[in-house]
Write a protein that binds this ligand. Structure first.
Ligand code: TNX
Length: 527
């Protein structure tokens, strides 16, 4: 191996020869400011070794041990960077801020045998750490993953496990897609029917989504359903626990409330929100739906009320309002929507969508938050602070950055982890029909080549999307997420100069960590 088995690859790492032996006498020494990270490290070591590693804030700096320190000398490495030095005498980890210490700890744990990740798995006698000097910092500030908990719900315990896996990979954003046509997954006190009605569907499509009911070739007879009621949602208390657990791991949870489309579950719960005359059910099938919020003051007030409660739970500076795939037919056919459009002097339904997004943007901005949405929100103009998530390729991202918006790259061809991982689809569990292989993820470059350099700083980073139509449970989610997420971690953290075959060598070792953590990753043949 040309480099240490660390994923994501650090910016600079030099082996200096010799080892440091960790023993039951090793202390973790920390500054007051590093105490939380010291406790995290102590807990991780105690879990792995199955015995006590003591944390001591009072010992002199010269004492042997693992020293964690907030150090302004490290400011050049940024708030997420760190300097890790392992010598025969001890370990010192310095960073300008807590996040940097946290990432340094992740690296330190990766310098130990993989068994450190399994409870009681590590013998104290095996705890030797190669002497090394590492200076590291991330390339991008947005290193994310999106969980679609709407199509299939992920129980809180599984979300916490996923958060730990993000932390292992030094990722810092968990985007929760909380609402969609097939389910509403977050308790909103003012509107209890969102979860009591919108959180439950009567049945679920078996197999692949067929065409849209709106399409000519739609054949309702050939759609099969399982006949089993399906539901689930996070109480506000559970959501707060998830947020706190993530925050302790320097991960921001970005909530998404979809609008104006992908709204069928909400409309099923509160029909006044919709614009059709027919009552709607929480959708049991996949694919794009026609249901959308009616852009009246009444519906906008509902959306604001929802966002108020969402903002109380999620301190994230970014609030995601969806914005994708809103079919406008119902607006076109509704006399009330047409009257509204005309009264507002709007040209067409696209302008009506951008009016809705604009109202939400004003509202969120006044609350001190930033609106983020899928790239469709670009149509019609956006407020300066709004952030665009580019999913339909890279063009939305390029366009938004040129207009001065920050962007998060999420192009489907490189970041949709619901796509198949191999050409041999018959050998794979059912997935979305497209293909996205590990080398393709690894080769992804978040700064689009056709984006002029002066706008490159608008690219905050990238994230993967785990759309869950075909991920009914945590096992399948992990199968689709790993090892592709390990590749994406490297895309967003490491320098552009890296090598796929070197990654695969490190991955061989990394998979033993995932084994120790009982992750159901997709097995791959390694050279
Ligand atoms: C498009 S990407 C969607 C999702 C689907 C996904 C399936 C986006 C913003 N919308 O609703 O789950 O494709 O790959």
């Amino acid at each position: 191996m040309t480099s240490l088995p660390i994923i994501p690859l650090p910016q600079k790492a030099v082996l200096t020869g010799g080892v440091f032996h960790l023993s039951t006498h090793t202390h973790i020494l920390c500054d007051e400011g590093a105490r939380a990270e010291g406790q995290y490290l102590a807990a991780a070591l105690c879990r792995g070794i199955g015995s006590v590693v003591s944390l001591n804030a009072a010992l002199p700096r010269s004492a042997p041990g693992i020293q964690l320190r907030i150090n302004t000398d490290c400011e050049a490495l940024g708030s997420e960077g760190y300097h890790l030095s392992v010598t025969r005498e001890g370990v010192s980890l310095h960073a300008a801020a807590r996040a940097g210490l946290f990432y340094g700890i992740q690296t330190l744990l990766q310098l130990l045998p993989s068994s450190v990740y399994s409870p009681g798995g590590l013998e104290i006698g095996e705890c030797s750490i190669a002497c090394v000097e590492i200076e590291d910092h991330p390339r991008f500030g947005w290193r994310g993953a999106m969980l679609d908990v709407a199509r299939h719900f992920l129980p809180p315990q599984s979300v916490l496990k996923f958060i730990d896996l993000l932390a292992l990979h030094k990722m810092n954003i968990l985007h929760l897609h909380l609402t969609d046509d097939q389910g509403w997954r977050i308790e909103i006190k003012k509107y209890p029917r969102l979860t009591s009605v919108g959180g439950m569907r009567a049945k679920t499509l078996v197999g692949r989504a067929l065409a849209n009911p709106a399409d000519d070739n739609f054949d309702p007879v050939s759609q099969r359903f399982d006949g089993v009621a399906y539901g689930g949602y996070y109480t506000q208390e559970q959501a707060r626990e998830i947020v706190a657990y993530a925050a302790a791991r320097h991960i921001t949870v970005v909530p998404e409330i979809e609008m104006p489309g992908h709204a069928q579950a909400a409309i099923a719960a509160y029909p006044f929100l919709g614009c059709g005359d027919e009552p709607l059910e929480v959708s049991p099938r996949w694919g794009i739906h026609n249901a959308l919020y009616k852009p009246t003051e009444h519906a906008l007030e509902f959306l604001r009320d929802v966002l108020v409660e969402v903002m109380e739970i999620f301190p994230s500076p970014y609030i995601h309002i969806g914005g994708d795939e809103a079919i406008k037919t119902l607006w076109q056919n509704s006399p009330e929507c047409q009257a509204l459009k005309n009264a507002l002097g709007l040209r067409d339904e696209e302008a009506l969508q951008s009016y809705v997004i604009g109202r939400m943007d004003d509202f969120l901005t006044r609350q001190g938050r930033l609106l983020i949405g899928w790239d469709e929100i670009l149509a019609g103009g956006l407020s300066p602070g709004a952030v665009v998530m580019s999913w339909r390729g890279e063009q939305g991202g390029v366009e938004a950055a040129r207009q001065g918006h920050d962007v998060v790259m999420a192009p489907d061809r490189f970041t949709y982890f619901d796509y198949y991982q191999s050409e041999d689809r018959d050998a794979e569990p059912l997935a979305f029909s497209e293909l996205l292989t590990l080398p393709t993820v690894y080769g992804y470059e978040p700064v689009p080549t056709d984006l002029p350099a002066e706008y490159a700083h608008h690219v905050l980073g990238a994230q993967c999307q785990l759309w869950s139509e075909y991920m009914p449970n945590a096992d399948q989610l992990e199968y689709m997420a790993f090892p592709r997420l390990s590749a994406l971690a490297e895309v967003t953290w490491s320098s552009r100069e890296r090598d796929y075959s070197d990654f695969l060598e490190r991955l061989r070792f990394h998979l033993t960590r995932l084994d120790a953590l009982s992750v159901n990753y997709r097995p791959i043949a390694l050279p």
